[in-house]
Design a protein around this ligand. Structure first.
Ligand code: GLN
Ligand code: ZN
Length: 813
């Protein structure tokens, strides 16, 4: 026997709300605790969490989410995936061996556990961070191997519900990542687990979910939300049919007990697929939320199977900051309502964690642009208005619909969204504009011009951003120091950076990016068509937030951006200084991009602005220009069918940006934050002369992958992991250089760190760069000896064996 709904599903809801706080309260509390736990004990974090939870609840009710269970009660424990993993007691054995026991997250011990898992300890690596679907949010990857001990910990879920109810009178809806998605997003604990999949633990995990659901029922919870976004993505190591079968049996089990809350299953981040919808319909789950922002209105057969159970129509997108097109939302809702047999509630397509809190606070944003934008609170109001229309008829919200149409029309007619000169230029782009001279011709011309040694050394661009530099920028921004003084201070920093590189003997220098707050925002501020916000923070991972710019209009470059700083650096040295730009795909990926023009067109506008910048850099004598694209992999669509079109426009825009460079200008690109194996062809398609990649944490994986793929271009697989202050040993660095030189070929390999150095301090930067240069010098010498040895057909050189590199000691600090 199974439970039947008793509390009806509310007419309006959101799947989640920003968790960090309107003034980043959670970030501040966590970071204070992490930097000084004695002054800011775990209780201060818990207090902040409790306050934020109360604030979120009252705010959502105030905005109109008044129904029972309309307000989600989310896990705040730095990450929702980690929060669910902790409800399952998933503490990896290496932490357990160190005395960390499972704990409910909202307790002092829970805060310590979350801290250890997310930040690591002296001797334990933290959980890995990975992109959450195709967003710029990163979650902590749970480690669930065949032997990981698991146990149910519903205490915090129950307590959040009970304390919110007591404090505000609101009965909330607890949210967990669903069992299937949780396991698909997890990995094994050790490489020994490689053969076993976390999904093999589904039975164990289901038993725990059942006991958690029972504890929630005991506490009086009417509805619980289980998120299964994994269903919207391809690429899991499980065939789709097996996945859907697992979904059905999992939810059949979860919905079987009579002592449980009603279950809302959400997908989000795209279309669940009819196979998954039909599978869920065959179980006794009580409500289903569908993404109608990115996905389609479910078909007749799925809806017939679903019967009279409620559906949550996710018509308000949670991924962008644009107002919802209410007329289109009405159309979708009407279509769904004619097909659906049961009630239709209105909701967001995803949680609102990807958008900032409230656009009303953006008092410096152009009022016209501000009217086009909806942050979380505005999206909640859209949901509430649409739900009212569903309930009372569209006439009841006619005024809101009219106002939206008027704003939409004003936006379409605004001169900034349609600039003839920009449109004409993109329309005139020809295939040839995306094509340079042949790779061989370029290689020869660049060799002739640059005369670099084998295994040339370089860095990725940024150098340590000291407090002093950041202060100078802040003062400049606030208008507190005159332009000339600011320029002098940045120049001083550039000079110091150039000197430090010359002293260490690097071959290709950089200016260090001291003038840049953020690699995207810096360009957004210099280009027309972008706006920046004051409070538009969104969580990136843990306590880290970013403040994406808003790309709202046609893009153009009013004046050169980087040329003065780069030229100044070049004037201080005989060695080549690399110009440093952020590529079009990354600029789009890390901004809120307009939804009223195709991405390909927007990307080409940005590309043309960068193309002009490259022309100006070349005219100023720059021989090497790097165009960073760390986000190339990140925007890759979740569904395989959508990938070719994406790769076409993204690669095309990079080629448009760089396609005007002279044959003897060396174009570099840089990628990081992801697995590259799936996009090696696209990286090749960028047609850059040199590609530097984050690689040192992958062991020899990426290097071997490049070698196996016979990657035909020069590459710089990172040999120094810059994500921690640890200085690698000479042997480690030399080992990586040697391996790359042998696997890929010394004539193709560059020697560089994994990524930019802006989060590092100067001492460790100097020490690590010393070793990096020494490693390159040593391996060059070994290779020369090898060649001699091969020429003389003598016995193999001793110096190629690991650990025999003599200069090591001289460079140990
Ligand atoms: N040039 C940038 C820097 O060095 C690249 C950063 C990145 O790839 N994320 O900071
Ligand atoms: Zn990088």
């Amino acid at each position: 026997m199974t439970a039947r709904p008793t509390t009806p599903f509310p007419a309006a809801t959101v799947l989640g709300y920003p968790r960090i706080g309107p003034d980043r309260e959670l970030k501040k509390a966590l970071e204070a605790h992490w930097s000084d736990a004695a002054a800011h004990p775990a209780e201060t974090v818990l207090d902040t969490l409790a306050q934020l939870r109360r604030r979120t609840t009252t705010r959502l009710v105030e905005l109109g989410l008044t129904g029972d269970a309309a307000v989600p009660s989310e896990g705040f424990a730095v990450d929702h995936v980690l929060d669910t993993a902790l409800a399952l007691g998933a503490v990896p054995a290496r932490f357990a061996a160190d005395g960390y026991k499972p704990a409910a997250p909202d307790t002092p011990r829970g805060v310590e556990l979350v801290t250890a898992l997310s930040r690591g300890t002296d001797h334990l690596e933290p959980l890995e961070l990975t992109k959450w679907f195709d967003t710029n949010y990163h979650y902590y990857v749970p480690e669930i191997g065949p032997d990981t001990a698991l146990s149910a910990h519903p205490e915090s879920l129950v307590e959040r519900y009970a304390t919110t109810l007591a404090a505000t009178g609101v009965a909330t809806r607890p949210v967990l990542v669903g069992p299937l998605s949780l396991l698909l997003l997890s990995r094994g604990e050790t490489t020994d687990d490689a053969g076993a999949r976390p999904l093999d633990r589904l039975d164990d995990v289901l038993a725990l979910y059942i006991s958690i659901l029972s504890a929630l029922a005991e506490a009086g919870v009417a509805w619980v939300q289980l998120d299964e976004p994994a269903l919207a993505a391809d690429g899991w190591d499980v065939p789709r049919a097996e996945l859907v079968a697992a979904l059905e049996s999992a939810y059949a089990r979860l919905s079987y007990p009579s002592h449980r809350p009603q279950i809302l299953v959400t997908v989000g981040y795209g279309d669940a697929g009819e196979d998954a919808q039909l599978a869920l319909a065959r179980t006794d789950v009580d409500a289903l939320a569908v993404d109608l922002d990115r996905g389609d209105v479910p078909g007749e057969s799925a809806l017939a199977a679903w019967g009279e159970r409620p559906l949550v129509a996710g018509v308000v997108g949670g991924r962008t900051v644009w107002r919802t097109d209410l007329a289109r939302a009405v159309e979708k809702l009407d279509l769904l309502r004619t097909r659906a047999r049961g009630p239709v509630a209105v909701g967001t397509a995803t949680p609102l964690l990807h958008v900032p809190h409230d656009v009303a606070r953006e008092t410096r944003l152009d009022p016209e642009v501000r009217a086009w934008v909806a942050f979380a609170d505005q999206k909640v109001s859209e949901v509430v208005a649409l739900a009212r229309g569903v309930g009372e008829g569209w006439d009841a919200v006619a005024e809101t619909l009219r106002e939206d149409a008027a704003v939409r029309e004003a936006r379409a007619n605004h001169p900034a969204t349609h600039r003839a000169e920009v449109r004409e230029r993109t329309a005139a782009v020809r295939d040839g504009d995306r094509r340079r001279d042949s790779a061989e011709a370029r290689r020869a011309a660049q060799h002739e011009r640059l005369r670099l040694p084998e295994l040339p050394t370089t860095t990725i661009g940024s150098f340590p951003q000291t407090l002093d530099v950041r202060r100078a920028r802040a003062e400049h921004r606030a208008g507190r120091i005159p332009e000339a003084e600011y320029t002098a201070r940045i120049r001083e920093e550039i000079a110091r950076t150039v000197r430090a590189q010359e002293q260490r003997g690097l071959d290709v220098l950089v200016h260090g990016e001291a003038e840049r707050n953020d690699m995207v925002q810096y360009f957004a501020e210099a280009l027309d068509g972008f706006a920046t916000t004051q409070h538009g923070w969104v969580q990136s991972y843990g306590s880290r937030c970013t403040r994406p710019s808003i790309l709202f209009g046609d893009v153009s470059r009013p004046a050169p951006i980087t040329v003065d700083w780069t030229s100044y650096a070049a004037s201080l040295t005989e060695r080549p200084v690399k110009g440093m730009l952020t590529g079009p795909v990354t600029i789009l990926a890390w901004s809120f991009v307009r939804d009223d023009a195709p991405a390909a067109e927007v990307a080409d506008q940005v590309a043309l602005a960068l193309r002009d910048e490259i022309t100006d850099l070349e005219a100023a004598g720059t021989a090497i220009i790097q165009v960073d694209e760390p986000a190339l992999r990140e925007l890759l669509p979740l569904r395989e069918a959508d990938r070719p079109a994406y790769l076409d426009w993204s690669v095309g825009s990079f080629r448009l940006a760089t396609g005007g460079a002279a044959t003897d200008t060396q174009i570099h690109t840089h990628l990081c934050y992801s697995e590259f194996e799936t996009v090696l062809d696209a990286i090749d398609g960028l047609d850059a002369d040199v590609t530097t990649l984050e690689a040192s944490r992958s062991g020899s994986g990426i290097v071997d992958g490049l070698a196996a793929a016979d990657f035909p271009r020069d590459v710089g697989p990172g040999v120094w992991d810059i994500h921690s202050p640890r200085v690698p040993t000479f042997e480690e660095v030399a080992g990586r250089v040697r391996h790359a030189a042998h696997a890929i070929g010394a004539d193709r390999v560059w020697v560089n760190p994994d990524c930019g150095l802006k989060t590092r301090g100067w001492p460790e930067t100097e020490a690590a760069l010393d070793r990096l240069v020494a490693a390159a010098v040593t391996v060059r010498a070994e290779l020369a000896t090898d060649d001699d040895a091969a020429g003389a057909r003598s016995t193999p050189s001793r110096s190629t064996s690991p650990g025999s590199a003599q200069p090591a000691l001289a460079f140990e600090r």
